[in-house]
Write a protein that binds this ligand. Structure first.
Ligand code: GLC
Length: 759
């Protein structure tokens, strides 16, 4: 798959290697442009281009779907912002490049045809897509189609489509009483041979996109209006002499008015302008990605760090917020806050904006929306115990990167009241979390914590979360330092006291003998103990005990040894073990997943990256590398029959050993693991990480590497960092001058600096 998306206005388009997928604007759930159904076997709903020999009627498609003819040659290449499908059929080479240009609510399909058959040919090209326009309903097409109207604009070679119903409330709160606000368009640069806007007229009764009756009979009816099952087909013909090539452009998008739609057609539906827009798209993505680059001895890791993990986080998670396996649309309070940290080395101002956006979805009392929908702003009020805490977490990371403590004075509204400073927002979150404690001094888990699947454990307000305890112990001392710098010594002291009490409670009440328990249920049942029949040990409660410093020095090594023995597998560290085989209503829905999948004992990649982090905190380079090797998609995909997922993006899950498909990757793209894998490798394995007083260079790399290079921006200067393994034990030079310690100062002089570390 590829997820093509721009940041403004947030137009998105998903493509599978066969041509399946869908398009949307701003919100893939509430504002779909094209109709789609998630069929993991067939992958046959999409936006397609048919190619046909006008003389013989022979039919194929530029992508494998929907005609599914075996091509003589085929290649699909996904890049940042574009995908290319190259195919050869019956002596015609087609090259379809699809992309979403920056700054426009549309996608462009650039089709190049080359006649390699040696004889003169007449080729017909016809597009096909099904209109959705509004909420992504996947049932009741009969109802929705009645509100859609299509129009043919012969001057512009364009189909225009509108919908008179948007199934979201209008300004007065009424349902089913609002226009879909915009005009969708689909156009073609070539001379038009025919068009069709009714699905049945095109496919024929009982027909299918594999063999549309309209193309087989050689005539399109030119139907448009309000009474069909709305689609868009535009057909154009080209004559090709032997060796000749021709380019055609199709554009699909949505303007806010008819006029805007037509002016977008004028602007993009033209061969040269489309080619120019493609270069702009590629340049725009290079600008997003270029401020960070790593050259390690591992080419797969380099491709992930330099392009794909960040591309996945930006296009898929932050701007698109939708994937093939998990179509979405809403912002998750904790999700996009974590994702947005991926911008820190390159464009921290984008992290800042994301932080303020999330702050504006907090209530005065301190709690937040678990998720909210852009466009309607409808959201679910969170009873999760961790959501609110990701706000101070993200602010701490942002301040460490930029030293911009001014962000604390920036104002953001509360959902239910006037604006407050970001500092106030964060402190309300921390204070509310600190007020939700059990009589034993452990945090209450509420409706769940980072692990959504622990959904029932604290429903009645008594169940506890050990992981939230760790998370608080990570946050409190760091926030205390910030508060002290801002002159609030009283708060700093209070937070330090709370952290100490919490640490004590965790090490006495939550210690199970060899590891920490994970949580307790309302009735006191313990989750994650050696005494449990299933779910005996959970990863996060151990890794975060190390990361946060909760686990005392002597115990940490032993703890990580236990984690390695019990949770690490050949396909990565599993989230818990053994998996639940019997649903447990006291714990929640994680016990209901198939054993070994996702939160129920899968390798939940988001959390697996934290194991790499914990190994690095202990300086265990070889273990960190081993975990990394076990989860890197480019390594796992070396066995494609088993892994079955893309080598270039992270999956949400890899099946754990309690699944018969142990090692199978799944649910790629829409996962917070992309940003985390990037950050953990960049900051902890390569070890180049911002600290209050500068940029620390403290790698934790395998003995197999003789070094690596990183370029990164930091507080207004560029740093070219070279690490060599020479046996010199850590000699650090900056611009040729030796410095003590491992922290490179923040020069903030707009210049490039050369840093060398001899290990
Ligand atoms: C999903 C959620 C994320 C949660 C994770 C673990 O990925 O989007 O917020 O932390 O599951 O349950």
């Amino acid at each position: 798959m590829n997820v093509l998306c721009n940041d403004d206005p947030g137009y998105g388009s998903i493509w599978s290697q066969c041509g399946g997928g869908y398009s949307w604007l701003v919100n893939a759930e509430l504002n779909r442009i094209t109709f789609w159904q998630q069929d993991l076997i067939r992958d046959d709903r999409g936006r397609f281009i048919y190619l046909q020999d006008a003389r013989t009627g022979e039919l194929w498609s530029a992508t494998y779907q929907p005609v599914r003819r075996r091509p003589e040659a085929f290649e699909c290449r996904h890049g940042a912002g574009y995908s290319v499908f190259v195919s050869r059929n019956s002596g015609i080479e087609s090259r379809l490049t699809v992309f979403v240009p920056p700054g426009a609510p549309l996608e462009v399909w650039l089709l190049e045809l080359v006649n390699v058959s040696g004889v003169r040919r007449d080729i017909l090209a016809a597009s096909y897509l099904e209109w959705c326009l509004g909420t992504a309903h996947d049932t009741h097409r009969e109802f929705h189609r009645i509100f859609i109207e299509t129009d043919w604009d012969s001057g512009r070679h364009a189909v225009l489509a509108r919908k008179r119903l948007w199934a979201i409330p209008n300004a007065r709160g009424q349902g089913w009483n609002r226009e879909w606000e915009g005009t969708a368009f689909h156009s073609c640069s070539g001379d038009v041979a025919g068009f069709e806007c009714d699905r049945e007229a095109f496919l024929g009764v009982y027909g299918s996109p594999e063999a549309p009756a309209g193309l087989l009979r050689g005539r399109l009816n030119g139907t448009a209006g309000k009474w069909g099952d709305p689609v868009a087909v535009i057909q154009t013909g080209v004559h090709l002499d032997p060796g000749e090539s021709r380019a055609l452009v199709f554009v699909l998008g949505a303007g806010s008015t008819d006029d805007e739609a037509l002016s977008l057609v004028d602007r993009y539906c033209h061969e040269e302008r489309a080619a120019q827009a493609l270069s702009e798209t590629r340049r725009w993505w290079r600008e997003r990605l270029d401020g960070y680059s790593a050259r390690t001895p591992d080419p797969g890791l380099n491709a992930l760090l330099n392009t794909w993990l960040r591309y996945q986080a930006m296009a898929g998670r932050i701007w698109g917020r939708s994937g093939y396996y998990q179509p979405g649309g809403a912002f998750g309070f904790r999700d996009q806050l974590q994702d947005s940290l991926v911008f820190l080395p390159t464009e921290p101002e984008r992290t800042r904006r994301q932080i303020l956006l999330h702050a504006a979805h907090q209530f005065r009392e301190g709690h937040v929306y678990h998720w909210w929908q852009p466009i309607t702003e409808a959201g679910a009020v969170s009873r999760f115990s961790d959501d609110l805490l990701w706000l101070p977490f993200a602010v701490l990371a942002y301040v460490r990167e930029t030293a911009d403590e001014g962000i604390l004075d920036a104002e953001a509204p509360f959902v239910d009241g006037p604006a407050g400073t970001l500092r106030e927002h964060c402190e309300r979150a921390l204070d509310l979390a600190l007020s939700r404690m059990s009589p034993r001094g452990l945090p209450l888990i509420g409706e769940g914590d980072w692990n959504d699947g622990l959904s029932a454990a604290g429903w009645d307000g008594r169940g506890e979360s050990v992981w939230v305890g760790n998370f608080l112990c990570y946050l409190l001392p760091r926030w205390a330092a910030l508060a002290r710098r801002r002159g609030d010594g009283e708060r700093a002291a209070r937070y330090l006291r709370s952290a100490a009490a919490l640490q004590e409670a965790l090490n006495t009440r939550a210690w199970d003998g060899e590891w920490y328990i994970r949580a307790t249920c309302d009735d006191g049942t313990v989750i994650g103990s050696a005494r449990c029949a299933e779910g005996q040990i959970f990863l996060n409660a151990q890794t975060w005990a190390v990361i946060s410093g909760v686990c005392p020095g002597e115990r940490r090594r032993q703890l990580m040894r236990t984690v390695r023995d019990r949770l690490y597998t050949a396909a990565g560290p599993v989230l818990l073990r053994p998996a639940y085989t019997v649903p447990d209503e006291r714990i929640g829905y994680l016990t209901r997943y198939a054993p070994g999948v996702r939160e129920n004992g899968g390798v939940y990649l988001h959390a697996a990256t934290w194991a790499v982090w914990a190994e690095c905190v202990l300086g265990r380079a070889e273990h960190a590398w081993k975990v990394l090797q076990s989860i890197l998609p480019c390594v796992r995909a070396l066995d494609p029959e088993l892994y079955r997922a893309e080598p270039y993006v992270t999956p949400g899950n890899i099946d754990g050993p309690d699944s018969p498909h142990f090692g199978r990757g799944g649910w790629t793209w829409y996962t917070g693991s992309a940003a985390w894998l990037f950050r953990v490798v960049a900051e902890w394995v390569l070890g180049v990480r911002p600290e209050e007083d500068g940029l620390r260079v403290s790698p934790c790399i395998t003995e197999d590497w003789d070094g690596f290079q990183v370029y990164r921006r930091f507080r207004g200067a560029g740093y070219h960092i070279t690490v060599h393994r020479t046996g010199q034990g850590g000699v650090l030079t900056v611009d040729g001058r030796r410095i003590g310690g491992d922290i490179v100062p923040a020069f903030a002089d707009g210049r490039d600096h050369h840093v060398e570390l001899l290990l």
